[in-house]
Design a protein around this ligand. Structure first.
Ligand code: SLL
Length: 256
């Protein structure tokens, strides 16, 4: 057996990716021109590298992921013709027009040398701006308002981890180091978690994943962990209190 087909035990290597979608409202002319006037949006669902190219308007995609991804299958809503769309080379994305949001199943198949099972991801296609709040939280703004707000973005950062990779695949990966995330945002951009109550929250700009966001997320998780521990201790103390009380009541009853 050649060393290439040997697994490198105890080693993990990962590649940062993003998956998600952007959506824009069709112009009145585009809607007119379309055979089905029901359509309201054009959207693109994609799997990309996490870093964005400098001065690019595209979310992520600085690196071409074709060196380890063989195919991405986007499974659309069955109202679409041929809902299972295979994309065999970068960019791994599908652009469509439509009228509704739905869940997209994304299957990432790796190159054969990887000897890895496909990865399944789910993305809820987002068409409507992140503005809903208060009384009409479920009602998206009318399309003319949405059009003014600019493109809608919904992206998820993730890391594909390969554990005990084959030597040959490891070589392929290490010869393609991923572009590092920028430390901080290079553009003044509201992200999808931006103040959802403000109409400006989703306006303009293109989201970008940064190392700072990762740090903030780690901090949030750490704070959440601490508050869970604190809550647990509080409950535990009160449980002990109650047990003592119960014991006392039992004793009192026994005495009576
Ligand atoms: C909804 N549960 O009712 C969702 C389903 C389906 C969206 C949305 C079809 C476009 C086409 C399309 O936009 N489907 O037929 O090409 O909101």
């Amino acid at each position: 057996m050649s060393t290439e087909r040997i697994r490198v035990k105890g080693l993990s290597i990962y590649r940062p990716i993003i998956y998600g979608n952007t959506a824009v409202v069709l112009t009145p002319e585009e809607r007119e021109a379309h055979p089905s006037r029901e359509y309201t949006h054009r959207w693109t669902v994609a799997v990309r590298s996490a870093s964005s190219a400098e001065d690019s308007d595209i979310v992520g995609g600085a690196d071409d992921l074709g060196y380890f991804i063989r195919r991405v299958t986007f499974k659309l809503h069955e109202t679409y013709p041929n809902p299972s769309r295979n994309v065999d080379k970068p960019p791994f994305e599908v652009t469509e027009t439509g009228w509704g949001e739905f869940e997209i199943q994304i299957r990432i198949t790796f190159i054969p040398e990887a000897g890895e099972k496909p990865v399944l991801l789910y993305h809820h296609l987002k068409l409507h701006p992140w503005t809903a709040s208060g009384a009409d939280a479920d009602a998206p703004p009318p399309t003319d308002v949405a059009a003014q707000l600019g493109p809608v973005h919904s992206w998820q950062y993730d890391e594909i981890v390969f554990t005990d990779p084959f030597q040959q695949f490891l070589n392929t990966l290490t010869s393609h180091p991923p572009t590092q995330l920028p430390k901080t945002r290079r553009r003044p951009v509201p992200f999808h978690t931006a103040n959802p109550s403000s109409l400006d929250a989703s306006k303009g700009g293109v989201p970008e994943f940064t190392a700072a966001m990762e740090k903030e997320e780690i901090q949030r998780l750490e704070e959440a962990r601490k508050s869970v521990v604190a809550e647990q201790e509080k409950l535990h103390a009160s449980l002990i209190e109650k047990e003592k009380e119960l014991e006392k009541l039992r004793r009192d009853l026994g005495d009576a």
